[in-house]
Design a protein around this ligand. Sequence first.
Ligand code: ADP
Ligand code: MG
Length: 690
Amino acid sequence: MHSDSPLTVLKGVGPALAKKLEKLGVFQVDDLLFLLPLRYEDRTQLVKIGALEAGRRCLVTGEVLLAETVYRGRRNLLVRISDGSGQLTLRFFHFSRQQQAQFQPGIHITCFGDARRGKTGFEMIHPEYRVLRNNQDAAVSDSLTPIYPATEGLQQGRLRSLTGQALQQMADAPPQELLPSAVTRKLGMPSLGEAIRYLHRPPPDADVQQMLAGTHPCQQRLAFEELLAHYLSLRRLRDLAATEDAVALTDGNEDVGNFVGDLPFDLTAAQERVVADILADLAQPHPMMRLIQGDVGSGKTVVAAIACIKAIACGVQAAIMAPTEILAEQHWRSFYHWFRPLGIEPVWLSGSQRAASRRESLAAISDGQAKLIIGTHALFQEGVDFNRLGLVVIDEQHRFGVHQRLALRDKGVSVDGHPHQLVMTATPIPRTLAMAAYADLDTSVIDELPPGRQPVATIAVPETRRREVVERVRSACAGGQQAYWVCPLIEESEVLDYQAAEASYAMLTEALPDLRTGLVHGRMRPAEKERAMKAFKEGLIQLLVATTVIEVGVDVPNASLMIIENAERMGLSQLHQLRGRVGRGARQSHCVLLYKAPLGHVAKQRLTVLRDTNDGFVVAQRDLELRGPGELLGTKQTGLPEYRIANLVRDSELMPQVQIAAEVLREKSADRTAAIVRRWLGDADRYGKV
Ligand code: ADP
Ligand code: MG
């Protein structure tokens, strides 16, 4: 038997089963070795019922005291067991008469399941169970039980038997070691074969805690290789870009100089550095692929504007894409303000645009009259035909994944080649994680805020003390400050959103009749919104009640107090973004997070993080730990291949070594590089195939 033998050489595998296995990415015998357990179950010890802990999955044994069916909306079978240390209720919703008859008082059973606290002590819902015959002992496993990724119609037992067969044949034909030996030696890693065997069949003396946490050296060995595979795959994209053509944007330095000179502020040193990176990239005859990371308020927009000036001066079109209409509108306003005096009017394109205006935009985009185009995803949909697209700016990149990035690159392809790409994110992520997630991009960081920004003092206050908070708004505004009152986004519903904002607005105008109070929400027409924002900016409005539309782009230095309602419902990064609207003037700013008690565990942690830090990198790190990388990087929506064993949060400190290994491989062995990518990404290696 060979490692690349078809699955059907295995005992019990016919064409039907082979099809099911293909769904798990298993095409040949060797692939089974890399079908790694998702987690482990600990059946190595019996837990006393008296010592159960809620939420723990465990093995117990006991004597049946009683079995009865009750009606709680539907039929439930309840089985009460005892092991002398306490009693446990097993609850079944689906059961056969035969099953029911099995549970005779006096018999002994073992069961395995999640212990949870019920009304009358601990319960297990639908545990796995086994009836013990003739005082047979409960069978305790001598090692951890691997749990494989499931697919319909494939039982764990079957997967265990198949991986067992694959392991057996691995003894004669171990999978090829693809990591450079210099790397494995240096890191003191177990061999590939050893690691694979260990993960599929942890020995009895395996460190249970380590295995459950995923930190065992054998797990880390495979996580390392998997991270390397993803990294190499993304790096290949970057190499690809270096072989593609793009218009070298070399003219226009004077326009850039004038634009920067006319700004009402000096660029920060960090902005200057990033602008230099971008201009150097743009001058190359290959497409730029650059990511700008910068905390909220660090001034990314103006950096993007400079890139656009350069592109337009060189005679190509520039397009700016934002993930939401509101964000796109904010950009439209900023760019209109900057570009109008230069005789360049930005063209708008969004999904909700009226047909006539859309037609007009499309015509201008295709005949080249539109130099600067701003919009949402609509920019890259069917029917949009750019005349000569030279630069694409993508804002808030964390909401777009690698596949969107690729789609955009292809969309803009013309006789001149690919457009240059600049992606910007306000969710700075830890450096090691960025290495893994953005290996296809060059990265620049704006690690400095414009001068005069002060940390915002943040407190969390329960809703029951709303009155004090209203009082605080009164006295702040009486002292000449301005304030935001932010109402939550309600389940993504603009209508409810707007109603909540209206209600708060009514409450506040009644409680604070002497204040000039305004309202903005997502359902207002752009002109109305603009008017309210302008009045706030000019100080005509003292208190601005708003939905999260102000999350981005609003800039009023005199506003120094922000109240956020239902802060417990919002994500960390969103709260951080909102808070970034204050702290822009000379005065100490404050942010009050109003919450509805009781706070859940995670919500409490979120609010604590905000209270403790103003640093976007720290916020992002904590957000990552609390939510996981999928949410943060937008991979949930974008289908970035899931990792089998690596966990970006847990394992990202491996990245510097991964990067070194990648360089060694890329230099020495194209074959091995390809083999590693194939082994771990298989068909999912879509990065390099677009
Ligand atoms: P973000 O990085 O969050 O997108 P913006 O680009 O919206 O930040 O910039 C926030 C505010 O700071 C804007 O009003 C912008 O005009 C202003 N700004 C940008 N750069 C500077 C600077 N170097 N000095 C002073 N203000 C600046
Ligand atoms: Mg921005």
